[in-house]
Write a protein that binds this ligand. Structure first.
Ligand code: 13P
Length: 344
């Protein structure tokens, strides 16, 4: 495959393909395993992810790349083959989470707001990850809607860090996934779709300003934003069509058309809602960028349940994963329907 940033970025958002976010940190994957009463050991994490990456049909046809965690990019399958080689054999590009997490942002909003860390030593870590096979990376910034939040201080600090990260990635020959996530799970009662639209637009404007200042090549990156959606605790929920239209409106106002693709996070939406929203957006059509998925929970929840940590359920887990990947592939083409969902 071509090693040019622009070609890798385009391959990541190729028609009908999207990204599997399997980069849960050890703390997060433990929380997921707790739900199926499974102890999070190194072997259990390997078995689970090996099951996903050996879902050949899904990996070949619907998944363009996988975001890995540091442990996984170095891990070997049960038969001794590096997991990275297994996904590469299926035609899927290995990626790596490189931020070291969202930490309290010092100041008056430290109990609510965070800034994502991980810039120190990043140049050296990227060189190491490149040798291990990574051709794209991810950095997640978190923006919280609450009384008086987000503050400009938080938006600015996170946008700046994203730009410094993206520039370092491109220097290393790695495509940056730029992920500014406006959370949908806030407590704020006025967190309706209008508020999400306002904060998402503000955040994306700040991010693209910083990317410009850092001379990031927009053709060699992928944006990973939230959808424009009401907060989970808001009484006033928007329709799926509203979510699609409002999201496109904000993206058109803020994302230059030189960006090849936008791969959404699922952010706590149900599996089916995340798929439906993506499909409705693509059905609108006439968009300057590819719109696809980079889901974690919405691609994995069903597979994790079906597997349940039991070797005899590997095939069932793979079936569940392949189904979700296929539904999201259809959504990336604007062709998903509830009928197709049920038919399977
Ligand atoms: P979710 O789709 O579960 O939000 O995860 C995507 C992701 O990579 C968050 O950084």
């Amino acid at each position: 495959m071509s090693e040019r940033l622009e070609d890798i970025a385009r391959a990541m958002v190729a028609p009908g393909k999207g990204i599997l976010a399997a980069d849960e940190s050890s703390g997060t994957i433990k929380k997921r395993f707790d739900k199926i009463n499974l102890t999070s050991t190194e072997d259990a994490r390997r078995d689970y992810r090996e099951m996903l990456f050996r879902s050949t049909d899904a990996m070949k046809n619907y998944v363009s790349g996988v975001i890995l965690y540091d442990e996984t990019i170095r891990q070997k399958a049960k038969d001794g083959k590096p997991l990275v080689d297994i996904m590469k054999a299926a035609g899927s590009i290995p990626g790596i989470k490189v931020d070291t997490g969202a930490k309290p942002l010092a100041g008056p909003t430290a109990k609510i707001e965070t800034v994502t860390e991980g810039l120190d030593g990043l140049r050296e870590r990227l060189a190491d990850y490149y040798k291990l096979g990574a051709r794209f990376a991810k950095w997640r910034a978190v923006i919280t809607i609450a009384d008086g939040c987000p503050t400009w201080n938080c938006v600015k600090a996170n946008a700046h860090a994203l730009a410094r990260y993206a520039a370092l990635c491109q220097e290393a020959g790695i495509v940056p996934i730029v992920e500014p996530e406006v959370l949908m799970d806030g407590e704020h009662s006025r967190h309706d779709i209008d508020e999400c639209a306002r904060v998402t637009e503000w955040t994306l404007r700040a991010v693209f300003r910083e990317l410009y200042d850092a001379r990031v090549n927009l053709e060699g990156m992928v944006l990973k934003p939230n959808m424009v959606i009401a907060g989970q605790k808001c009484a006033k929920q928007a329709s799926a069509q509203d979510v699609a239209e409002r999201t496109i409106k904000v993206l058109k106002a803020t994302v230059p058309s030189s960006v090849p693709g936008i791969a959404f996070l699922s952010g706590g939406q149900s599996d089916e809602a995340a798929t439906e929203h993506l499909s409705l957006m693509n059905a609108i059509g006439n968009l300057p960028w590819a719109l696809t998925f980079s889901y974690g929970r919405a691609l994995q929840a069903a597979a994790l349940q079906a597997w349940g940590g039991k070797p005899e359920n590997v095939a069932a887990g793979q079936r569940a994963f392949t189904h979700r990947a296929k539904m999201n592939s259809l959504a990336a083409l604007g062709k998903w329907t509830a009928k197709l969902e049920k038919a399977a």
